[in-house]
Each structure stands twice: as structure tokens, then as C-alpha cells.
Design a protein around this ligand. Sequence first.
Ligand code: PMP
Length: 307
Amino acid sequence: MEAQELFMNGEFIPVERGVISVRTHGFAYGTGCFEGIRGYWNEQDQQLYLFRAREHYERLLRSCKTLQISLPYTVEQLLEITVELVRRNNQRQDIYIRPVAYKNDQTIGVRLHGISDSFLITTEPFGDYVATTGLRCCVSSWRRIDDNAIPARAKVCGAYVNSALAKSEALQNGYDEAIMLTHEGHVSEGSAENIFLVLNGELVTPAPTENILLGITRDTVMELARRELGRITRERSIDRTELYNAEEIFLCGTGAQIAPVVEVDHRSVGNGQIGPISKALQDLYFEVVRGKRPEYRARWCTPVYSS
Ligand code: PMP
């Protein structure tokens, strides 16, 4: 069901009233940060589980710190507000929750300090963000923004211009998704996804210093690979040609979930089919996020409805 209400500046209000002024600082300058959290409906439990919402809000608070945005809530309060919002909207299907903290000052002048902030949360029904059945990717001609330009560790609104340039270039050239390199030419990430490779049987992903967003799905994948498949992920620099030599590649993110890549720059990944490690991790992930694995449900899934 479409949301009837959103949360804005301390209140639950009808969606139609969720408007900002054209003079808003965050709109003109991109001075905001956000999160994307998924809620998964579990038919058997008649329950909606928010996946790793705590970690998303911890990251939001870190992004706010970088942007000098003061958010007057603790992680605990943010979780309570989110649960209350979804309940009010009575959503019983897969959803996407979008908290945004931004500079709402109406003044002209680009800076971060000494101006007022706002916070809102919206929630909406959501399906697949990208196909999970095999993506065709290109290496983007757009480089990933550097930590010294706009820190990728923070999920900064304005930084998504970099992602949008790469994504549109990829789609308009007939690919499904872009893979971006750092300024040094190392593999960084997709437009809104982290990337994993299977190289010589080993699971490899770009190190945190490769201008990536430290993804919560990335962390989930590393833990599932270790605990369930007995595979340790190596975090290191990855060269472009390693993409062409990999047996398997997949992208991952809250939106993308686990999305296998079957082709990069017209070279098939492995034999061009979804590989066994990608498939095993994808299957596990879909069970875990929907709360079907009790050992992970207790730690990672926040139930919305009282049972
Ligand atoms: N990188 C970028 C640039 C992203 O936008 C996202 C999506 N939030 C990710 C990686 C994956 O992060 P997460 O798994 O925390 O959603």
C-alpha cells in the first residue's frame, strides 16, 4: 500500500504535506545525507522485518557528523520512529525506507557550519532495483569521487551526481550497470552497489580505502560467506583486468540485493552463467533478509508488527 504519512521535523504528517521550499540549502547544494533501508514481508510470520536498520542509522549518524548536521535523535529513537511510521502506513509488503538529513537553511552561501538542519523519513513499496538474474556491466568513464573530494564513506546527497552520471552512461550505452574505478584506476564500486569477485577460487572485494561506501550488504555478504560457506573475503586493491579474469562477479547493496554480473565490457564473466558462490550467497541472503534464519533474525531483523 502507498504510504499515507511520512515523518518530517518531529511529526508524522500526510504525504502531501511533505514539501520543502525551493530555497532549501540541501536542494541547491546537495548538502544532505540519506539512507536506504529495506523492509521485507514474511508471509508465514505475517511480519515485516526491517533489515539491519540499526546499522543504517549508525551510518546515517556518521554521515551527519561529516556534514556537520545535527540530528536530535539516538539510533534507538530513529528505530522507534521508523517502526511507528511503517505501522501507521500499515504496510504489509516489501518496502524501501528513505531517511534524509539535510541543511534546510534558506540562505544563499555554500558552507556546512552554523546553518539549520531538517530530518525526514519516507517509506514506499519496493521491488527489485536491478535484475538479480545476471547483469551486463561496463567500466565507467566516470571515476569514483575521492575521499578528499566528497567522502564516499558518507552517503552524501550531492555525491549521487557521480553515480547518476555513471549509471546513465551505462544504460544509454546498452549496459545494465556501471562499475567505477578510483582515480588511481582501481576497481571501486557500482553506481549504488559494492562489488565482489571470485578470483582463483577466492572471494575478493575492494578495500575500504578504495573510495567505497562501506556497505551494510557488503558486511552481510562477508559474514555469510565466512560463517555459512567457510570463505574469508580478501579486502584489497583490484585492477581493472581482474574483472576480465574473474570466475564470478556480483554487485550488492540494499537496493540491488545480490546481483550477479555475467558480462563486463563485452567479456563474459567465467562461462557467462551465474556462478555457484554468487548463487549460494544470493539464496542465503534472500532467506536471511526475510527473517527465515532465526540465528540472523535475532540480530539483524527488526519486526514492525507486534505478534
Ligand atoms: N555503494 C553505493 C554508492 C551505494 O549507494 C550503496 C547503496 N546504499 C552501496 C554501495 C551499498 O550499500 P548498502 O549495502 O549499505 O546499501
